[in-house]
Design a protein. Structure first.
Length: 268
């Protein structure tokens, strides 16, 4: 593969249409103070339906067609149809179709990542996950190793909602301000318990929730009879290891389709 011709973060961001006014001043202020931001209705209906279709094709390939009555029941061969703590998951969607490329190169999300990290960054991972009915409850956690308050932030995630996050479907909960605490949630509270200061992220399908991965958060139980689908596009400082390394995994067809700026973002 030839070398990427975007030589630094600033030229890559400009090449991906990220500019000083991509975020409003109010959005920048929210990110600086709270380190999370809800971007409502970022996806139009046609794009969202394309993503849902591609997502379901991948998940059906791995798990079979979703039917609520089969959740937790063994298949004919004795194996579980759905597993991994009550979720369907797809690891590494980077090369699974152009429809996903629009997500991890979206200017608004990249601008929010840059506002939080305030440093050069690259794509960390693109994974699909949905909590099955009756499942999805997690303990409070962070998505990266503990940090001291004087250390830089390492990782930012974005959750692209393919279904509405409602009280019934099991929205993400976050605890504002915890991204600046030393250590881990278990150093302060029982991570399994409800937290007095937690907030639930309620949003319509097509919205995107960007958050500092040092922020305490967790999924809550999906009490509906439907899936709660989301795609997580995470971004880390350029000295933070990707999961997985895209130089080793990216398909040539994907590489050839990407712009030089997108290749720089993927560190390929």
């Amino acid at each position: 593969m030839e070398d990427c011709t975007a030589h630094n973060m600033q030229t890559a961001l400009v090449g991906l249409d990220v500019h000083a006014n991509t975020l409003t001043e109010e959005e920048k202020k929210i990110l600086d103070e709270q380190s999370f931001l809800l971007l409502e209705n970022l996806m139009d209906d046609a794009w969202m339906e394309d993503v849902r279709s591609s997502y379901e094709t991948l998940m059906e390939e791995k798990y079979g067609a979703f039917r609520p009555e089969t959740v937790g029941k063994p298949a004919a061969d004795g194996t579980s149809r759905h597993f991994n703590a009550g979720t369907r998951r797809w690891f590494d969607m980077v090369s699974e179709g152009e429809v996903f490329e629009r997500m991890y190169t979206h200017p608004k999300v990249l601008a929010a990542v840059h506002q939080i990290l305030k440093a050069d960054f690259k794509l960390h991972s693109v994974n699909g996950r949905d909590a099955l009915p009756g499942m999805g409850e997690q303990s409070l956690h962070t998505d990266t190793s503990a940090r001291n308050p004087d250390e830089p932030y390492k990782l930012v995630n974005s959750a692209w909602l393919l279904d509405a996050f409602t009280e019934e479907s099991g929205p993400t909960r976050i605890v504002p301000g915890t991204h600046n605490l030393k250590g881990e949630p278990k150093d302060y509270v029982n991570p399994e318990d409800s937290h007095a200061e937690q907030q639930l992220v309620h949003a319509s399908a097509g919205s995107v929730f960007v958050f500092n991965c040092h922020l305490w958060h967790s999924g809550t139980k999906n009490r509906s009879t439907s899936l709660r689908r989301a795609i997580h596009c995470a971004f880390g400082r350029r000295d933070y290891d990707q999961q997985p390394c895209q130089k080793e995994r990216i398909r040539k067809s994907t590489y050839d389709r990407l712009s030089p700026a997108a290749r720089y973002l993927l560190d390929v």
